[in-house]
Design a protein around this ligand. Structure first.
Ligand code: C2E
Ligand code: CA
Ligand code: CA
Length: 596
């Protein structure tokens, strides 16, 4: 065996060498192939990833970039090879920033963060960057690899979203939450108090109703601009037609300062607005409070102004009311609102009835239903005060439904007694009228009490009639075609002219009390009343004069041909039981007023 090795050893060595070489070759070849495959794969990933990739040598010269790099930066590979990534620098970051970048990269081998860079065309963009130092087995840095994502658009969207949630889209003004936060950074002190004002456009609903939402929006936009011009403080949009304006006051005479600044704002807002080529003026109601005590939270401040605004509105359009302690309990709308929800179920609501008398015979022709609320502690609350509240808080639909049902039920009871007048008139809030199934509800209630639709008159305000959308018109037609009477209430207080009533199915017009009050002495009112009467005659509409308080007014109106009269002179609104007595007398032929 030994000889064998001795004799053949050179051959064996050669064979081993050959085999080794072959194996080595085979191994290398396959390894190389594997590498090639991996390299190809990596190249694919490198080129097609949505991240931009830059590879530099240890000196920072670019040796490779991918397609996304080109797409994001605008530079081709040829343009940047051999360059330093510094060519992308935006100039937005200071030295410290880059120093920190390099220190971290060298110490930890990786840096991550946001960085502003500049594209070839000069546009600045924001990227999320991960930079990594690549080391060999000896720990020497051989390359740097930077992977980045363009997050400019993402950030813009975030900002837009933030802006959208913090700002009102229509006017671009901050919203209430945003403003309260901002204000709470400005705590009041000995050098500075703050006035917090809520500013409400009077009758804004009519603008939308008469001219459409586009015009309403335009008005809000102009108003926002004017407020910003007029005030040195913060301006925000609080709700549809209510704005916040909050501004610093001189603490030495904050009351005077408040009045002067508000007068200035009023002056700015009082100038006419150009709407659809027409100049229009608006009035504004304001509620204010002063922030001088840092222990008062900003949302309490807002609440105070809301109470003040509410109280100002109760006084009528164009008023300003400053918050005072006594507003707290009595008029707190939130207390009222809670109470109103309970009122329906607790029998605190009731109906009063007021006669509309025929001007010739002075006998009862119809009854208007007026809602009453007797609050257990606050006493009787006027409907002008709680109906708007019910409208704003979505209570008007159930409330209106209840009123209509009770009215028809009572009327049907009078019919059974054979003392019912020709008609029962029920007030309908625009919000109720807009409810989807309003017409069906009316019809089904009429059916339930087996009443001829002719006995029902719905009193709608001008706002409803001027809303010329198809749905409203259809609804009016439907009601009219089944025989329900339609009356336009408070005529003359809105923007309307009789012209637009021509084509609407309106049976009756109620002249607002404001025109009746100074009759017959006031010449202007006489002119209005007489021309309205003449026009309505042409349109075959009956006219009711509201708020007749004196015999002289009644005589004058009867002479001029006003069909129906309503007011304290004949009877105040009274409860059902008292009305039953009056109706019995009426049936027997008595005329009103009773004392006559
Ligand atoms: P309106 O529809 O214009 O009702 C007439 C108002 O004038 C009633 O006030 C009535 O009491 C009052 N009034 C009647 N005659 C005279 C008078 O000779 N002199 C004076 N100074 N006032 C007179 P009221 O009951 O306080 O109602 C105020 C408003 O509240 C109503 O105005 C109506 O817009 C609303 N309202 C009342 N009841 C209802 C209801 O059931 N539903 C709806 N949607 N609104 C109602
Ligand atoms: Ca009415
Ligand atoms: Ca009225």
């Amino acid at each position: 065996m030994q000889e064998f090795f001795r004799d053949y050893s050179p051959l064996i060595a050669l064979a081993l060498l050959l085999a080794g070489t072959f194996l080595g070759y085979w191994y290398r070849k396959h390894k190389f192939r594997n590498r090639q495959v991996i390299f190809r794969l990596l190249k694919q990933v490198f080129d097609h990833t949505h991240d931009g990739v830059t590879i530099t040598d240890p000196e920072g010269n670019i040796i490779a970039v991918n397609r996304t790099f080109t797409q994001v930066t605008g530079y081709t590979e040829e343009e940047v090879l051999g360059e330093n990534p510094r060519i992308l620098s935006s100039g937005y970051h200071d030295r410290d920033f880059y120093e920190n970048y390099w220190q971290t990269l060298l110490r930890d081998g990786i840096w991550q963060g946001e960085i502003w860079n500049r594209r070839k065309d000069g546009e600045i963009y924001l990227e999320w960057l991960t930079a990594k130092a690549v080391k060999d087995s000896d720990g020497e840095i051989t390359h740097y690899v930077a992977i980045f994502t363009d997050i400019t658009e993402h950030r813009r969207q975030e900002a837009r979203l933030e802006h959208a949630t913090e700002h009102d889209r229509l006017t671009g003004l901050p919203n209430t939450a945003n403003t309260l936060r901002e204000l709470s950074r400005q705590v009041p002190n000995l050098q500075r108090h703050w006035c917090f004002a809520l500013i409400d456009i009077d009758n804004f609903r009519l603008v939308n109703a008469s001219y459409g939402f586009a015009v309403g929006d335009q008005l809000l936009g102009s108003l926002a601009r004017r407020l910003k011009e007029a005030s040195q403080g913060l301006v925000a949009r609080h709700s549809a037609d209510v704005f916040i304006c909050t501004f610093p006051l001189n603490p030495h005479d904050d009351e005077k300062d408040r009045r002067e600044q508000l007068a200035n704002i009023r002056q700015h807002l009082g100038r006419p607005f150009s709407i659809k080529g027409k100049l229009m003026e608006f009035s504004f109601t304001m509620g204010t409070s002063i922030w001088k005590d840092a222990s008062l939270a900003v949302n309490e401040l807002l609440q105070q102004s809301e109470l003040a605004l509410h109280a100002a509105k109760a006084r009528g359009a164009g008023q300003t009311r400053h918050y005072s302690e006594d507003l707290k309990e009595n008029n707190n709308p939130l207390v009222l609102l809670q109470g109103l929800r309970e009122a329906l179920s607790n029998n605190q609501l009731s109906l009063n009835f007021q006669p509309l008398v025929a001007s010739g015979s002075q006998r009862i022709h119809a009854l208007e239903v007026l809602l009453r609320w007797d609050h257990p502690t606050l006493g009787r609350i006027p409907p002008d005060q709680f109906i708007p509240l019910a409208e704003r808080h979505g209570l008007m639909e159930p409330l209106g439904q209840w009123i209509l049902e009770q009215s028809l039920k009572q009327y049907s009871a009078w019919q059974d007694k054979e003392i019912a007048p020709s008609r029962i008139a029920v007030n309908v809030s625009p919000l109720e009228f807009q409810a989807e199934n309003f017409v069906e509800n009316v019809q089904s209630l009429l059916g339930k009490y087996q009443l001829n639709p002719e006995v029902l008159e719905l009193e709608l305000t001008e706002g409803v009639f001027v809303q010329r959308d198809k749905e409203t018109l259809d609804r009016l037609d439907q009601l009219s075609s089944v025989g329900v009477h339609l009356a336009i209430d408070d005529f003359g207080t809105g923007y309307s002219s009789l012209a637009y009533l021509k084509h609407l199915p309106v049976n009756q017009l109620k002249l607002d009390r404001a025109f009746i009050r100074s009759l017959p002495a006031n010449e202007a009112d006489r002119a209005i009343v007489e021309s309205t009467l003449a026009l309505c005659r042409g349109l075959k509409m009956t006219v009711v004069a509201e708020g007749v308080e004196e015999a002289e007014q009644a005589d004058y109106l009867a002479r001029k041909g006003c069909d129906l009269l309503q007011g304290y002179y004949f009877s105040k609104p009274i409860e059902a039981a008292a009305m039953t007595e009056l109706l019995i007398q009426n049936k027997l032929g008595s005329s009103l007023p009773v004392t006559k």
